[in-house]
Design a protein around this ligand. Structure first.
Ligand code: 4AD
Ligand code: MG
Length: 470
């Protein structure tokens, strides 16, 4: 008999017929003459309740199963009497595929997120991680749909890179050391040289795909990347990963206003898609006992989906922050013009002041990347960040400097080597046009939409300065 997914059974309300389901037991509850199995097969947030009658030949063995065991059950689908479960299965046969024992780490019901981080290989078997990873899948699909529908082409930018594309010095170097120590290059002192190990050249894991995106936008018009990016910043926070996924659209002939509009539409599209495709998942996550998001998070998401985003300049943001009464909110970091916005400032603006995502533009050039287009004031650049409640920055973007002389002057000012970026400068030599783009941190977007408050919980296997065990 063909296997049916729990999702199909429940959404299509398949009843009064026999079917087979395969999955893992979330719980086993025994009464006098029956055993109640709660089965999840990953397809849906919902579980299927299965009633096993003691007349079944292997009843004793089934009733003794522990949660986490894998089974195949064939039985009759019927409408259940219970309030929550509309459809259940009356088992005709239960095949035990894989048992667990008392050492299975997820047996206890109350498994904290912290504990589950140490069980990254098993945590997907919980309702919480099933929900998160299904939402993650939907948001990936939404991304491709959104950009493709608007005529963008999907670009696979390289993961091994020869340059520091953000100029921030936060790269991991690529090394073949472990596989062939004897042939590895040595430093002058005779020690193994980790840094020049890519066939004798120093290379890095990509911190961004933007510069390659700019190259391709100059031929395809509009492109977007969607891939892993790597940062070696030693930040142990709830919103930093060493390996995270980024979506980076890049648009020829676009200015900052155009991509601010694009970014707004994209975030709204993600929210609308999640609400449509995974409402049960979102509800489950928001109503978890240890959830830290607002109780009415779903309503807030709907409101954001249907609202205009606020837009202010960095200078206006500083004015707002400067006026905050210290009795109401005391910032740990100062807020003088020229300072970088810290997470606490970003969250204050989005969460407390606007209670909405807010676009902040025209930042001081001193803490922004070399490639951003300078404003006529000589002090600020055509940059934008999008800040959201609960997370802070989820998008960073800018109009790019398309004038060769100005770009070279800025690189000199920042003491950057121009030679490795000769190909990037070529874009300004040959058919240069105004262009702009942004990067959305996929995990930060997931945190925002699911209401999860630790970035380690929205990526399958988190890599942080302190963790690369799995
Ligand atoms: O602001 P960032 O560094 O901008 C860029 O990389 C540009 N090249 C983007 C572009 O214009 N094409 O990073 C963009 C976004 C941030 O807003 C944040 O959401 C996310 O990437 N991000 C991180 N997410 C998780 N862990 C980290 N360590 C992150 N660093 C940045
Ligand atoms: Mg940024």
């Amino acid at each position: 008999m063909d296997r049916l997914s729990v999702k199909k059974i429940l959404t299509e309300e398949i009843v009064d017929t026999d079917a087979t389901v395969k999955g893992w037991l979330r719980s086993v509850r025994n009464s006098k003459k029956f055993s109640f199995l709660v089965l999840n097969d990953g397809s849906s947030q919902e579980n299927l309740q299965i009633i096993v009658d003691e007349v079944l030949p292997n009843y004793a063995e089934v009733a003794g199963l522990l949660s986490g065991s894998a089974v195949a059950v064939t039985g009759r689908l019927v409408r259940g009497g219970g309030k929550v479960q509309s459809i259940e299965m009356q088992a005709k046969s239960v095949e035990i595929i894989g048992k667990t024992d008392e050492t299975y780490p997820l047996q206890k019901k109350a498994t904290s997120l912290e504990f589950l981080r140490e069980q990254a290989h098993l945590r997907i078997r919980t309702n919480t991680f099933g929900a998160i990873m299904r939402v993650r899948h939907h948001l990936a699909m939404a991304t491709h749909e959104f950009f493709s529908n608007r005529g963008f082409f999907y670009l696979n930018s390289p993961i091994i890179s020869g340059v520091d594309a953000e100029g921030a010095g936060e790269m991991f170097t690529v090394s073949t050391l472990a596989s062939d120590v004897t042939k590895s290059p040595k430093t002058k002192e005779g020690k193994l040289d980790f840094s020049r190990d890519y066939f004798g050249k120093e290379t890095f894991l990509a911190v961004t795909g933007q510069l390659e995106g700019e190259c391709y936008a100059m031929g395809l018009g509009a492109v977007y990347t969607f891939g892993p990016t790597f940062r070696s910043e030693n930040s142990n926070t709830t919103r930093h990963l060493s390996e995270f996924w980024m979506i980076e659209p890049e648009v020829a002939f676009a200015d900052l206003d155009e991509i601010a509009g694009l970014a707004t539409d994209y975030i709204k599209y993600l929210i609308a898609y999640a609400l449509e495709k995974a409402p049960k998942e979102l509800e489950f996550l928001i109503n978890r006992e240890d959830a830290t998001c607002e109780k009415n998070h779903m309503e807030i998401l709907k409101h954001v989906r249907d609202s205009k985003f606020m837009r202010i300049t960095y200078t206006e943001a500083m004015e707002i922050l400067g006026k905050v009464d210290p009795a109401v909110k005391k910032f740990e970091y100062p807020t003088n013009w020229g300072d970088e916005l810290q997470t606490e400032h970003e969250r204050y603006l989005a969460e407390v002041h606007f209670k909405m995502p807010v676009i902040v533009t025209d930042y001081p050039k001193q803490f922004k990347a070399f490639y951003m287009k300078q404003n006529p004031d000589g002090k600020t650049v055509r940059a934008m960040d999008i800040l959201v409640p609960g997370v802070g920055e989820i998008i960073g973007g800018s109009q790019r400097e398309d004038d060769l002389a100005k770009l070279e002057a800025r690189m000199d000012e920042m003491h950057m080597q121009k030679e490795p970026l000769w190909w990037y400068l070529d874009l300004r030599r040959f058919g240069s046009v105004p262009h702009a783009g942004f990067g959305l941190g996929f995990e930060r977007a997931l945190m925002y939409i699911t209401g999860m408050n630790n970035i380690r919980d929205v990526i399958p296997f988190p890599r942080t300065p302190k963790n690369c065990d799995f």
